[in-house]
Design a binder for this molecule. Structure first.
Ligand SMILES: Cc1cc2nc3c(=O)[nH]c(=O)nc-3n(C[C@H](O)[C@H](O)[C@H](O)COP(=O)(O)OP(=O)(O)OC[C@H]3O[C@@H](n4cnc5c(N)ncnc54)[C@H](O)[C@@H]3O)c2cc1C
Length: 295
């Protein structure tokens, strides 16, 4: 089948990869390069948000972990132990079944998972997709219907936040996230702390540490906020004292495609795969498997 995948972030590239492997003739249409996507801003920790009632998330997370674990040639992937601290009386999330070596002491949950250095990994993944024969066209798409009526037998809508606009779905909202990169002093574990609705995280990637973060629902601009950046650095240095002297390398802003749940369904000859919120890196490979199944 001739398939056009709209979007060149993590969701689009994973779909293109799996569809080409399954024997489809795939074209990626993307407004921007992978390195310019929200996916390139992500901290890259493989874990979904704590609160999710979506039964598909544990399965998608398990698929993602398996793919990252079995990609020895892929650059930018490190499996590291780490911990999440949250309110003691909260139950553990249902997706914990996807993790091995889970420990819990009060409100501290520990496990080993993958950290993915996203700009590095996306660059490599784009090369893998090209090597599978996928053609990439750098041009924005104004209408899914026009693609579906043109050269493509099936169109996959993996355009992240723009996926909602293309699908006429007003359930999608930007959830703005800012992170600060610090030089990595040699950290060997990741740390997440949820406190008073504030999420602080420290994800080491070797040369740099992604420190976060912010979650501003409904805010859709990409201008870095210096006050937010200072607050992130202060919170992360308090959480991980080894960062006290680590130089600040820069700040990045991205717009998570926020939706009450991921949209993964086929409507006619369009398959929607968007709305991954703060977990697209975690869920993309699992979702791509389902997309192939829907063809
Ligand atoms: C600060 C921050 C930290 C995060 N940390 C994590 C984390 O630790 N773990 C995790 O799992 N997730 C994390 N996320 C979430 C993750 O980044 C997103 O869920 C994921 O990037 C969504 O991927 P996507 O491919 O759907 O969208 P995007 O990466 O936004 O890609 C969309 C693609 O569509 C293209 N496009 C847009 N409009 C059009 C159009 N009209 N025509 C053609 N192409 C178009 C764009 O150019 C782009 O290539 C984080 C996000 C942020 C902002």
């Amino acid at each position: 089948m001739r398939v056009t995948v709209v979007g060149g972030g993590i969701a689009g590239l994973c779909c293109a990869h799996r569809l080409a492997e399954a024997g489809h003739r795939v074209t990626v249409r993307t407004a921007g390069k992978p390195g310019e996507s929200t996916s390139a801003v992500a901290g890259g920790l493989i874990y979904p948000p704590m609160e999710t009632g979506d039964g598909r998330v544990a399965r998608w997370t398990a698929v993602g972990l398996e793919v990252y674990r079995n990609s020895p040639a892929a650059p930018g992937i490190r499996f590291r132990p780490g911990s999440i601290t949250f309110a003691e009386d909260r139950p553990g999330p249902p997706w914990l079944s996807a993790m091995t070596d889970v420990t819990r002491e009060g409100g501290r949950l520990g496990f080993t998972t993958a950290l993915v250095d996203m700009p590095v990994y996306l660059g490599w993944l784009a090369e893998q997709v090209a090597a599978l024969g996928v053609r990439t066209e750098y041009a924005g798409v104004a209408s899914l219907a026009s693609l579906a009526e043109g050269d493509a037998d099936v169109v996959v809508n993996a355009a992240g936040l723009a996926g909602g606009t293309l699908a006429g779905d007003d359930a999608l909202v930007p959830v703005r996230g800012q992170v600060v990169h610090l030089a990595d002093p040699g950290l060997t574990s990741w740390t997440v702390a949820e406190e008073d609705d504030e999420l602080t995280y420290v994800f080491p990637h070797g040369r740099h540490v992604v420190c976060g973060g912010t979650e501003e629902i409904g805010r859709g601009d990409l201008d870095p906020d210096p006050a937010a950046a200072s607050a992130i650095v202060r919170r992360c240095r308090a959480l991980v004292p080894e960062l006290a002297e680590a130089p600040v390398l820069g700040t990045r802003v991205g717009l998570r495609p926020g939706r009450p749940s991921v949209r993964l369904e086929r409507v006619g000859n369009v398959v929607h795969d968007y709305g991954h919120g703060g977990a697209g890196v975690t869920l993309a490979w699992g979702c791509a498997e389902d997309v192939v199944g829907l063809l």
